[in-house]
Design a protein around this ligand. Structure first.
Ligand code: ADP
Ligand code: MG
Length: 246
């Protein structure tokens, strides 16, 4: 069997407990394979370890045991091959929304001109509906939903091989969420990008994912059986079949 694009091998994570108490085992011996271009959603109770696993995939945290292999290389440390939307947005507070995006784009494409970086960044800010002056405001001058949209624009704009999304639409109203989900699917379908997304919304997982991973709760939690989503996406299924009797 060829090694998948992203391979999680025997991954365990323990956090030291508060002084005098036992360490917390978040998960143990998790094994996962994700193919290039796959859209995987992970669902599970709050606190079961979803963000922890995503942070390890991102190279922002280290496993206690095991390894993450991407493209045949062990992940160690962050890289712009992996774009992230964090649960808490993680924007640079002293930079405008626009500069938060251009900063990341420039780092990704060091040979691009200022104008290329600017135009590319604006395209993604438009995609999330953040223009008309809002892009010039700093994170503290934006609403929670707007900050989340900046974070989404930043992650998409660097066009990473692996997009890691930690509850990316949680702060958005239903209308905005729907339109950004549409954009996400459009971008993903037209690329060979791999997406690993955390959500607590089962409907959203069914709508977006090729495959859903269910993470079980409690100590010794593991990523349980993955559920293949083999229904067609509702957007694909939207042809209306006219019944001759009606
Ligand atoms: P989820 O994203 O599924 O809601 P998390 O991955 O954020 O869950 O957290 C899993 C468990 O690990 C929780 O019990 C949380 O309190 C604990 N945890 C997360 N980060 C740390 C940390 N840096 N130190 C100690 N415990 C942590
Ligand atoms: Mg989380």
């Amino acid at each position: 069997m060829p090694t998948p694009f992203l391979s999680v091998q025997g991954l365990s994570k323990r956090f030291p407990g508060p002084k005098g108490s036992d360490p917390l085992t978040v998960f143990e011996n998790v094994n996962l394979g994700i193919e290039k271009g796959e859209f995987v959603c992970i669902i599970g109770h709050s606190g079961c370890g979803k963000s922890t696993i995503l942070n390890i995939l991102a190279g922002l945290d280290e496993p206690t045991d095991g390894a993450v292999i991407m493209n045949g290389k062990e992940v160690s440390g962050p890289s712009l091959d992996r774009g992230i939307v964090f649960q808490n947005y993680s924007l640079l507070p002293w930079l405008s929304a626009l500069k938060n995006v251009t900063f990341a784009v420039q780092a990704r494409h060091r040979n691009w001109t200022k104008k290329q970086v600017h135009d590319h960044s604006i395209k993604y800010l438009e995609m999330v509906g953040l223009t008309g002056g809002a892009e010039l405001r700093k994170p503290s001058q934006l609403s929670g939903g707007m900050r989340q949209r900046v974070s989404i624009a930043r992650a998409f704009a660097i066009q990473p091989e692996l997009l890691l999304l930690d509850e990316p639409f949680g702060a958005l109203d239903a209308l905005t969420r729907g339109s950004i989900q549409d954009e996400l699917i459009r971008i993903w379908a037209g690329s060979d990008q791999t997406v690993f997304m955390i959500t607590h919304d089962v409907d959203e997982a069914i709508l977006l994912a090729d495959r859903i991973l269910l993470m079980t709760n409690g100590p010794y939690a593991r990523v349980a059986e993955s559920v293949q989503v083999d229904i067609e996406r509702p957007r694909v299924r939207a042809d209306i079949i006219h019944h001759p009797d009606y």
